[in-house]
Write a protein that binds this ligand. Structure first.
Ligand SMILES: NC(=O)c1ccc[n+]([C@@H]2O[C@H](COP(=O)([O-])OP(=O)(O)OC[C@H]3O[C@@H](n4cnc5c(N)ncnc54)[C@H](OP(=O)(O)O)[C@@H]3O)[C@@H](O)[C@H]2O)c1
Length: 230
């Protein structure tokens, strides 16, 4: 039976690579991006494949509701909450950009929760019952020995708590909720010197998703499956 995935933040980078790999493997892909009319790489990735492109700004509740209506009563096996932003590094030196901090919390923390809330019944109706939140090792408190990046770090730490909290809330429904560090990946966000190719990062996360069992719900792992410190 064909499996179905919903990917938020699918226009480029890691999200686009998720689309490519799931589509090549014959999945039905709901690929979500802010500007479908400009998503040429996404259109190319889905050309001739079983997939749909949806307009989705994850910070806009009406946009999320429109996505849920478009998916209608279709079961969803896997939800990938990948959309994220990394505002400029700011420190406690009088230069903090508080609007950027609020925007990061809206995009990286509140939005993934909101997408889950809108689609949880569809995920319940699927076969695999997996929610994957693309977090970051920069959100790890235990790993932080370098400081800086207050905005991005706190947003991903909070996303990790959302992951654990949802894992507990959804355990009785058999839904597995995972947080991933995708590695330092060569994307617009990671930059050209990053260590990991998007292909390898996504292949690794897909392997973890395919093998996920309910006992792993609420876990935080590297893309290669290594458990990470909170
Ligand atoms: N690259 C790394 O080294 C790295 C490391 C750790 C964690 N991560 C995480 O991995 C995820 C993907 O990162 P990436 O490297 O692929 O970044 P990227 O190349 O900057 O891509 C970010 C994606 O998120 C989308 N997005 C941002 N805000 C959105 C919104 N409000 N609504 C819908 N989509 C939105 C972007 O869409 P637009 O094209 O419309 O802007 C784009 O598709 C992020 O959550 C990031 O924090 C990345």
């Amino acid at each position: 039976m064909v499996k179905t995935v919903v990917i938020a933040g699918a226009s480029r980078g890691i999200g686009l690579e998720f689309v490519r790999q799931f589509a090549q493997d014959g999945w039905r892909v709901h690929a979500c991006c802010r500007q479908p009319e400009k998503a040429d790489a996404l259109k190319a990735a889905l050309n001739g494949r079983n997939g749909l492109i949806h307009a989705l700004d994850v910070t806009d509740d009406s946009s999320i509701q429109e996505l849920a209506q478009a998916i209608d009563d279709e079961p969803v096996d896997v939800l990938i909450n990948n959309a994220g932003i990394m505002p400029d590094d700011r420190k406690a030196d009088g230069t903090m950009d508080y609007e950027a901090w609020e925007a990061a919390l809206r995009t990286n923390v509140i939005a993934p929760f909101r997408v889950v809330e809108a689609l949880v019944d569809r995920i319940d109706a699927g076969q695999m019952h997996v929610i994957a939140n693309v977090s970051s090792l920069m959100g790890s408190i235990g790993d932080n020995r370098s400081g800086g990046d207050h905005i991005y770090r706190t947003s991903k730490t909070a996303l990790n708590m959302v992951t654990v909290n949802l894992a507990e809330d959804l355990r009785t429904r058999g839904i597995t909720v995972l947080a991933f560090h995708p590695g330092w990946v060569r994307t617009d966000m990671g930059g050209p010197n990053a260590a990991v190719a998007p292909e390898d990062s996504v292949r690794g996360m897909r392997e973890q998703i395919a093998a996920a069992v309910p006992d792993q719900s609420g876990g935080f792992t590297n893309y290669d499956g290594t458990p990470l410190a909170w």
